[in-house]
Write a protein that binds this ligand. Structure first.
Ligand code: SF4
Ligand code: SF4
Length: 281
């Protein structure tokens, strides 16, 4: 089973929920931090890293000795990532989406593949919990290809928890697509509700069942709950504002380590998700 943990906006406590849920379940679970632009699950999980891999994506390289300047590569590229200028062909690797179209259409077989570095993937563990995250190279604009590489570490024999990036754009979709359940973490404020609605819209398009965790649940208004009711979305957990939780977060400590009673609550959250999914089937 794959549970993707997302939020319409940053700072809602998404990583707190993802990491504490993963650690509470202890075994037969892995966490994939797909927030590759700013991964921070590792700050709380503090895994022992066993493997570091550099990830590249194929981009074109042109052999001008073979090129006839026919222009077909530039015509097929939807991203203007390869163009013929005068007597030469210029590939723009930063714009390339690695579709391979230019290589396919080149009648002279003048285009070969080279690699553009996307970032790195680190894999490790904390006791029985398997940990994987991606770190996007500084200056790299496209994160979905690296997110897809992180997701390749998903194991079908255990539970996969995905810490998705905040927002509702392509990186979030890449982190939610194919999940069995999306857990949306929000807060009961007008901003929280606004971004939650966008996130719910994205989840609906993907057709994935979802539920809510309301963080700092005692601090705002009841509009998020009303919206959840209207949408028929279950509120699976409420985390009230608690100084101890805030302090644990600021120190990089796990909530379940400083307040062990939360371990059972996160186990119940997982149990409730399973129940929901089995009652949907
Ligand atoms: S691989 Fe695709 S995106 Fe990249 S330059 Fe070629 S056609 Fe354009
Ligand atoms: S398609 Fe091949 S031969 Fe034609 S311009 Fe591009 S690289 Fe040159």
């Amino acid at each position: 089973m794959i549970i993707s943990i997302a939020s319409g906006k940053g700072g809602t406590g998404k990583t707190t929920v993802a990491t504490n849920l993963a650690v509470s379940l202890e075994s037969d679970v892995q966490i994939l931090d797909c927030d590759v632009e700013e991964p921070n699950s590792h700050l709380f999980i503090r895994p022992v890293i066993e493997e570091v891999k550099t990830i590249t994506t194929p981009v074109p390289e042109v052999d001008m000795e073979k090129c006839s300047l026919c222009g077909k590569c530039g015509e097929i590229c939807q991203f203007k990532a390869i163009i013929v200028i005068g007597e030469t062909v210029l590939p723009f690797h930063e714009l390339c989406h690695s579709c391979g179209g230019c290589m396919e259409v080149c009648p002279e077989k003048a285009i070969s593949e080279t690699g553009r570095e996307l970032g790195i993937i680190e894999k490790g563990h904390r006791n029985g919990l398997e940990f994987v995250h991606g770190k996007l190279r500084v200056g790299e604009a496209m994160s979905p290809p690296l997110i897809r590489k992180v997701r390749e570490y998903s194991r079908p024999d255990i539970l996969t928890i995905i810490d998705a990036p905040p927002g509702t754009s392509c990186p979030v979709i890449a982190s939610m697509k194919g999940a069995d359940f999306v857990l949306l973490v929000t807060e009961p404020t007008p901003f929280g509700l606004h971004d939650l609605k966008l996130a719910v819209g994205a989840v609906k398009i993907l057709g994935i069942p979802c539920g809510l965790v309301i963080n700092r649940s005692d601090m705002g208004d009841d509009q998020v709950k009303k919206y959840a009711e209207e949408e028929g979305m279950p509120v699976l957990m409420e985390i009230p504002f608690d100084r101890q939780i805030a302090e644990a977060y600021s120190r990089g400590d796990m909530v379940v380590d400083v307040m062990p009673e939360w371990k059972e609550r996160f186990k119940t959250l997982y149990h409730d998700i399973r129940e929901l999914l089995s009652s949907n089937n």
